[in-house]
Ligand binder design. Structure first.
Ligand SMILES: *[C@@H]1O[C@H](CO)[C@@H](O)[C@H](O)[C@H]1NC(C)=O
Ligand SMILES: *[C@@H]1O[C@H](CO)[C@@H](O)[C@H](O)[C@H]1NC(C)=O
Ligand SMILES: *[C@@H]1O[C@H](CO)[C@@H](O)[C@H](O)[C@H]1NC(C)=O
Ligand SMILES: [Ca+2]
Length: 730
């Protein structure tokens, strides 16, 4: 039986693992005093079946790392020690006789941390086991052979400039492959190798922080920080590794804008219209991006009225432009102040402000040749109508701004006065009429007048001159249309027959306000009632309709209220008709024609006269023929042609001026018309004296007269002429 497998550490002095081995060594020493079979189990339970070999150690010879010894071995050389298991015979070799175990090469704990082996003691002669095999472990003792490394490095980090001290930038982490559970080989400490005094690192956690205040991006934007990790708790002899952290400072708005010059001078020609660029101003701001965005404004009211300033598309430059038209002759230079302000101000850095700057700007206005300028933007002139050519309309005037004394020439552009109604004095711009104007034909003449500098005809400008033709009361009122109407003979007294509209072409107002009046007096057959709105109502008077006969012609007098007033006379034709029950006209012929039994004595007389005349003509004709035949039979003894009387002309109708003097109807003046009843004249204060003459109209009523025997009244379709006709020509 195995008494015990003793592992002797033949030589341990000076080795770092000494302390670890002390306990099993003492335990083994204590078991020394008399091993008995009964105690074997107790002894085998001891945990000493492992021992250690320092990694990476190698000498010139294989190194003795321990010794197997069995109690059965009395030193007679009968015992043979055998070693099997991991690395047996290669890494570990055993001296069969002594049980000494040697390691033949360097071991690396990071490669293989322990080896499991089996020890045996056998009888050298019989190979019988003297003891049961015993397993034991050789542990490779760690030494600090691995430096810390930063697997994620190199690092990049960003921190805002001006950050407070201690602001965390990034955390770096190193790894050490050595045994963290044994010794300090993997106990790391971080330090800043490069980057002081700007950054610090937490020795334990590896958190990098800012170490000084007011780091300014505008001074230095990027820092290369080297962080070292050292094992052995940072003590002497430890291994170290390092990494770099590239720290970039991000921008904050800590710099106010600043104009590089205090005075900017620009110049611009006076003809530059609104919106023209005068110049650029740029306030400098070392900040980046939005932190450098700028707004510009003009501080003085004078400057902001004439100019405006806006930001360019980059958000940096101020663009000074013309706001209001400039005029060299009025003002030759402008001085004002322009302010630049950061648009995005960070309240945290207000103490570094104010975030604005002011510069002076002077803009010189340059002279430019300018076209003549009219005294008004447009002219409105007026002239009464009907004035003789040459009547003054008005005057336009323009000035050469560059040299006010130099002469100007005026003309009317032909297209604006195609009918050549006006003329202009080239030297002084006086406009006169060239023809009498008619307001009723055209109210506005809108002329374009050109003013040209005599010295340089290229400098010209034009202006609109609106000439209004003023109204005069030159149109007499008249009826809107010829009125030819009828009334039923059964109509009640006061019946409305027709509304009569009057018309006056003069301007709306008193000149075209028309009054109308018809015949007056108790025996008037019709009355005309003025409606006071330019129309009148033709009514039956208070007695019934007059008898049916030839149409009645009602004279109507019209006058306006202009200064002076104009008047005229017109007529309205009214037929009195027999009506059916439904109001439609049955007949408008005179009453006498209707009943054959009731022929008037005059008509009968006319018929008898006509028949008699006809009879006499027949007799005369027969007698003449007889006489002619007798003469032919007399073999032309005498020429009787001179004695023939032809008499075959018929009644002349309207053309028969010998049968009836028609001029009496067509020209009442000449033919002494029936004098109007003096009482029927309109009683007006403002009755124009000239109305008698101007009222002469071909339509004036004619009085009815008896036709000569054998003729009767014929009324033409227009009802404006009536005449006598042969009774039988109808
Ligand atoms: C002429 O000018 C007047 C006044 O400006 C205006 O009322 C009128 O419409 C103009 N007529 C034409 C034809 O342009
Ligand atoms: C029109 O005539 C009336 C009466 O004659 C007068 O009072 C008024 O002022 C006139 N109106 C105009 C615009 O002339
Ligand atoms: C009215 O008509 C009758 C018959 O036709 C005529 O004799 C008379 O003169 C007329 N009255 C007036 C005022 O014209
Ligand atoms: Ca900044």
């Amino acid at each position: 039986m195995w008494g015990l497998v003793r592992v002797l550490l033949a030589w341990l002095g000076g080795w770092g693992c000494m302390g670890h081995l002390a306990a099993p060594a003492r335990a083994w020493a204590g078991s020394r005093g008399g091993p008995r079979p009964g105690l074997l189990r107790t002894r085998r339970s001891w945990v000493w079946n492992q021992f250690f070999v320092i990694e990476e150690y190698a000498g010139p010879e294989p190194v003795l790392i321990g010794k197997l010894h069995s109690d059965v071995d009395r030193g007679e050389g009968r015992t043979k020690y055998l070693l099997t298991g991991e690395g047996a015979g290669t890494v570990f070799v055993i001296d069969e006789a002594t049980g000494n175990i040697h390691v033949t090469k360097r071991l690396d704990r990071e490669e293989k941390a322990q080896y499991v082996l089996l020890a045996q003691a056998v009888d050298r002669a019989s190979d019988r086991p003297l003891e049961p095999p015993s397993e034991f472990i050789i542990k490779v003792q760690d030494i600090n052979d691995n430096p810390p490394i930063f697997p994620l490095g190199p690092y990049h980090a960003t921190v805002p400039e001006m950050s407070n001290v201690g602001t965390s930038v990034i955390q770096v982490t190193a790894h050490d492959a050595d045994d963290p559970s044994y010794g300090n080989s993997a106990k790391l400490v971080y330090t800043v190798l490069d980057g002081l005094p700007f950054f610090s690192v937490d020795p334990q956690t590896g958190v990098v922080r800012t170490a000084i205040p007011n780091m300014d991006r505008e001074t230095q934007e990027e820092f290369l920080v080297v962080i070292q990790a050292k094992d052995m708790g940072g003590h002497m002899g430890g291994l170290s590794g390092s990494t770099t952290v590239t720290v970039t400072l991000s921008d904050v708005n800590d710099n106010p804008p600043k104009f590089p010059q205090s005075l900017y001078q620009f110049s611009v020609v006076e003809t530059a219209g609104p919106g023209t660029l005068v110049g650029r101003l740029r306030a400098q701001d070392p900040d980046l991006g939005d932190n450098a965005l700028m707004a510009y404004s003009i501080l003085d009211r004078e400057g902001s009225e004439a100019f405006s300033i806006s930001i360019d598309s980059q958000g940096q430059d101020g663009l000074l432009t013309v706001h209001k038209a400039l005029d060299f002759e009025t003002r030759r230079s402008y001085s004002f102040h322009v302010e630049a302000t950061n648009t995005l101000i960070d309240p945290a850095y207000l103490r570094r402000g104010p975030f604005k700057d002011v510069a002076s700007v002077r803009v010189a206005v340059q002279d430019a040749p300018e076209p003549p300028a009219f005294t008004q933007a447009s002219y409105h002139l007026a002239v009464p109508e009907n004035k003789a050519p040459g009547t003054l309309v008005g005057q336009v005037s323009a000035l050469d701004l560059d040299s006010p004394a130099s002469p100007i020439r005026y003309s009317i552009l032909p297209y604006s006065d195609l009918e050549r109604c006006f003329s202009i004095e080239p030297e002084d711009g006086t406009i006169r009429t060239a023809v009498p104007l008619d307001r009723e034909a055209r109210v506005w003449h809108n002329l374009t007048v050109l003013a040209t500098e005599l010295d340089s005809s290229a400098q010209a400008s034009r202006v609109q001159v609106a000439v209004q033709t003023l109204d005069e009361n030159d149109n007499a009122p008249q009826l809107a249309e010829p009125y030819d109407t009828f009334v039923c003979d059964s109509a009640a007294p006061g019946q409305l027959i027709q509304v009569i509209q009057a018309l006056d072409r003069d301007e709306v107002g008193n000149s075209s306000r028309v009054s109308l009046q018809g015949p007056l007096g108790p025996d008037a057959n019709f009355t005309v009632q003025d409606n006071r709105d330019g129309s009148a109502s033709l009514l039956l008077p208070s007695h019934p309709a007059p008898p049916r006969q030839a149409p009645y012609i009602v004279p109507i007098e019209l006058w306006d209220w202009g200064q002076p007033a104009l008047s005229s006379t017109a007529t309205v034709t009214v037929s009195v008709c027999r009506c059916r029950v439904d109001g439609s006209v049955a007949s408008c012929r005179p009453e006498a024609q209707l009943s054959p039994a009731g022929l008037s004595t005059g008509a009968l007389l006319a018929i008898v006269t006509c028949v008699g005349t006809l009879l006499a003509l027949v007799v005369l004709f027969v007698a003449l023929r007889q006489q002619k035949q007798e003469a032919l039979m007399a073999l032309e003894e005498e020429d009787v042609r001179e004695n023939i009387i032809t008499y075959d002309d018929e009644g002349g109708g309207e053309e028969d001026t010998e049968a009836f003097d028609i001029t009496a109807l067509q020209n009442p003046d000449g033919a002494a018309p029936p004098a109007p009843d003096p009482r029927a004249r309109p009683m007006r204060e403002s009755e124009p004296a000239a109305s008698q003459g101007e009222s002469s109209s071909p339509d004036v009523a004619a009085s009815l007269e008896l036709c000569p025997a054998g003729q009767r009244w014929e009324v033409s379709s227009t009802l404006l002429t009536s005449s006598c006709r042969e009774e039988f020509s109808a």
